[in-house]
Write a protein that binds this ligand. Structure first.
Ligand SMILES: *Cc1c(COP(=O)(O)O)cnc(C)c1O
Length: 404
């Protein structure tokens, strides 16, 4: 390790809050699926900033839109109109088939905004007695890091010593429609769920689960809120993961790749009157819907479609999954995925996934462990067959070693 790398790590360690434990690589440049460290070593990015750079690093068209807009106008606040917001609304509504849009910045803000909106809908439209709205969520969920959200997390690391937490949430197992049916009461306003649980280790629910969920929500006048912040925008080989299930959410949450990684942009999309209950002054954000964010998001959505990234995610995802399944290694317990949202779960005896990720770094692959024994694999959606095949060679070389 060169002196400069030690300086970066030591300086971060000295001044930064230690709320992350990064792999020991200092990145300074990115292009497409590739990133380079400060010493000029090249890596295939198999995390894509947790699926925020689906379009590939520094996509030239998103960059151009950002620079062009930054020269003209960056922030007006919502006290005034700007000439990008209406176009953003129009384009995201057309792309997703949504009726109403609420622009925010981070994913967690979109989740918080959805929680506020479905509660308000519950009181003003459904007729739930004030203060009694219930929202059902799933065990092992990940919806972000704000107080409201970690209050209904089941991960002790996310919750411990951050309480007291807000009431009004019920936790049920993921993938269990009968549990949802039992948990619904007349005061239930929403079921908030990820189509595939990403942070939990790419957990795919049983076939037919979401069909039943959709029916239960419709039958009980419960808003189905799908958190597609990670699964959305092509990651699973469809624009939205709900399309694999043939269903439509009442409320859809997008973030991460909505800006192609250039800028924090998130949105709450609703198919009915949920967002319609918000009146001036009742919710907002200084940066939400700013012209720079809107211009960046418009370009990010456009290239996703125009450059065939969603179809490519389906094709290359299938190739990657098959290739991973073909690796014969005692370390592997299960390989799973949909589109380019993939995971290799290791046998507990094989040692921590972190060690494998560190070994992969030596082979020119950056991947991130999750939950001790799982390596998640989520490259940008612009990956080619040759790059998938090269990545598979590196994974095979590392997974056939034993780091226990
Ligand atoms: C990343 C993520 C969030 C939170 O997004 P932030 O921008 O980090 O606040 C919420 N839900 C899911 C499913 C995510 O993957």
């Amino acid at each position: 390790m060169s002196a400069s790398v030690i300086d970066f790590l030591a300086t971060e360690a000295r001044f930064g809050a230690h709320n992350y434990d990064p792999i020991g690589v200092v990145l300074s440049r990115g292009e497409g699926v590739w990133v380079w460290d400060t010493e000029g070593n090249r890596y295939l990015d198999c995390l894509s900033a947790y699926s925020a750079v689906n379009q590939g690093h520094c996509h030239p068209k998103i960059l151009a839109a950002m620079v062009e807009q930054a020269h003209r106008l960056t922030l007006t606040s919502r006290a005034f109109h700007n000439d990008q917001l209406a176009l953003f609304y129009q384009e995201i509504a057309a792309l997703t088939g949504s009726h109403k849009v609420l622009p925010m910045n981070s994913g967690a803000e979109a989740v918080e905004s959805a929680i506020k909106s479905v509660r308000k809908w519950g009181y003003e439209v459904k007729g739930v007695p004030d203060g009694h709205a219930e929202i059902i969520v799933c065990a092992d969920n990940f919806h972000g890091r704000t107080l409201g959200i970690v209050g209904f997390s089941t991960d002790p690391e996310s919750r411990t010593h951050f309480g007291p937490f807000a009431p009004g949430f019920k936790i049920i197992p993921f993938g269990d429609a009968a549990a949802l049916e039992q948990a619904i009461t007349p005061n239930t306003v929403a079921f908030l769920v990820e189509p595939i649980q990403g942070e939990a280790g790419v957990i795919i629910p049983p076939a037919g689960y979401f069909t039943e969920v959709r029916e239960l929500c419709t039958a009980n006048n419960v808003m189905l809120v799908l958190d597609e912040i990670q699964t959305g925008l092509g990651r699973t080989g469809k624009l939205l993961a709900e399309q694999h299930e043939g269903i439509e959410a009442d409320v859809t949450l997008l973030g991460k790749a909505l800006s192609g990684g250039f800028y924090p942009v998130s949105a709450v999309l609703s198919n009915n009157d949920v967002l319609g209950t918000l009146r001036p002054g009742q919710h907002g954000s200084t940066f939400g819907g700013n012209p720079l964010a809107c211009a960046v998001a418009r370009a990010a959505m456009r290239v996703l479609v125009e450059e065939g990234m969603i179809e490519n995610a389906a094709t290359q995802g299938a190739r990657f999954l098959e290739g991973l399944k073909d690796i014969r290694a005692n370390t592997i317990r299960e390989v799973r995925g949909r589109g380019l949202m993939l995971a290799v779960e290791l046998h507990p005896e094989a040692g921590r996934a972190r060690r494998y990720c560190e070994a992969l770094q030596g082979k020119g692959i950056l991947a991130k462990d999750t939950h001790e024994h799982t390596i998640r694999i989520a490259p940008p959606l612009v990956i080619t067959s040759e790059q998938v095949d090269w990545a598979l060679e590196q994974f095979a070389a590392i997974l056939t070693q034993d780091f226990s």
